[in-house]
Design a binder for this molecule. Structure first.
Ligand code: ATP
Length: 374
């Protein structure tokens, strides 16, 4: 993947963190070096909410730990605010980390927990008091300054852990699955709060999660990772609507992935054979007749049609499943070639869906089909 330039629409944002050809190998498996992170090139803008997203073991935490200074890259360079920090230890980087386990001292009250690091450094008592209050206010917890952690909910304890990290005035805050221990409702509430806090404070947040919904909700940009390799770096809309490859398409949300073969080409217009039918699609890929590719279609882009649907891509088969999920029903359509399409259709629509076992045709706009080559 080419280096990411981190120039957004404004084009002028300062780069806060640069990873240049970063590799991290932990050992050799079966005679071959296995890389937890493989040739990563990334630029993260100052003030950005940037998320590493991917399945368990894809290298997210290792990347975060290299930025924090807890791990040294096997090769490559790491720059913070334009300064090379590749071999600089964690305590000499202006970076703080919030982990999934909040690890608050149970015998200290909230104020003492948040101010602990400053008192160890010998900062004057008055200044500590002032900064503790400001840090607690930024997470809306000033009222709990005298309470013990045991008297707080999980979400409140995580907010105290955030205040403890923010009190050091880091230019970058690293968050490793910080909501992993919270129940779903609390997790959703904290996501909104932390996003709002990040906007207000203007600090660069680097977030790690395997929860795609969390990543899509909170991030300015997302790096999707698999097997130590960055698959795509883009904003949430681009990641969801224009996945760059099969991995991202299959990992983010529900997606129908159908094998296809190019059978003709006329300028940007491709004719492909897929699921036993012929489709005309516009594509800027350099594909030629005979080449294999994959069609990616979101279930919500599909709807049932009766006969011909003007200019639409159509797939015929027999209905094999219908699952009511409140606002929508999710249908499964078994196609003649063995493929199966999933469609998510809003309930109460004008056209009734076929009954199970009946023939049916699903259609979508050709522009809703994403053609993938890798
Ligand atoms: P999770 O979501 O489960 O935390 P992750 O994406 O954060 O996963 P990492 O923890 O970065 O993944 O691990 C990436 C790979 O590196 C894994 O295969 C893991 O087993 C390996 N790994 C991580 N730390 C070490 C270590 N200290 N020694 C050996 N292998 C390690």
């Amino acid at each position: 993947m080419p280096p990411d330039t981190a120039t957004g629409p404004a084009g002028a944002s300062r780069v806060a963190i640069e990873l240049i050809d970063i590799c991290k190998a932990f050992g050799i498996a079966g005679g071959e070096t296995s890389y937890a992170v493989d040739r990563m090139n990334l630029s993260i803008r100052a003030g950005e909410f940037f998320t590493f997203l991917g399945p368990s073991g894809c290298g997210k935490t290792t990347t975060l730990r290299m930025i924090a200074g807890f791990e040294v890259p096997t090769s490559g360079r790491l720059l913070l605010d334009g300064r090379e920090v590749t071999g600089v230890p964690a305590h000499r980087r202006n970076v703080n980390t919030v982990f999934q386990s909040y690890a608050l001292f149970p015998h200290l009250n909230v104020g003492e927990n948040v101010g602990f690091g400053l008192s160890v450094k010998g900062v004057a008592k008055d200044e500590i008091r002032q900064r503790v209050r400001a840090a607690l206010e930024s997470v809306h917890m000033a009222h709990a300054i005298d309470r013990k952690p045991s008297a707080l909910s999980g979400g409140q304890q995580q907010r105290i852990a955030l205040a403890r990290a923010l009190i050091n005035r880091p230019s970058v805050l690293l968050l490793d699955e910080p909501f992993g221990a919270l129940d779903l409702k609390l997790r959703r509430g904290m996501q909104m709060e932390v996003k709002e806090m990040q906007r207000r404070l203007g600090i660069t947040f680097i977030f790690v999660t395997h929860d795609q919904e969390e990543a899509l909700t909170m991030s300015d940009r997302i790096a999707v990772m698999n097997n130590g390799v960055v698959q795509q770096v883009a904003d949430p809309v681009e990641i969801y609507e224009r996945p760059a490859n099969r991995f991202t398409a299959g990992f983010i949300g529900d997606m129908n992935l159908i094998q296809a073969r190019v059978i003709g080409r006329s300028g940007p217009q491709l004719a492909v054979e897929a699921a036993g039918g012929r489709l005309e699609l516009a594509s800027d890929h350099d594909l030629q007749p005979g080449d294999a590719c994959t069609l990616a279609i979101r279930p919500e882009a599909l709807h049932f049609v009766d006969g011909d649907a003007d200019g639409a891509a159509r797939f015929s088969g027999s209905l094999c499943e219908a699952v009511y999920i409140g606002t929508d029903t999710v249908y499964g359509l078994a196609l003649a070639d063995g493929n199966r399409l999933q469609a998510r259709v809003r309930n109460g629509g004008a056209r009734p869906a076929p009954q199970s076992g009946e023939p049916g045709t699903l259609a979508c706009a050709p522009s809703a089909i994403r053609l993938l080559t890798q």
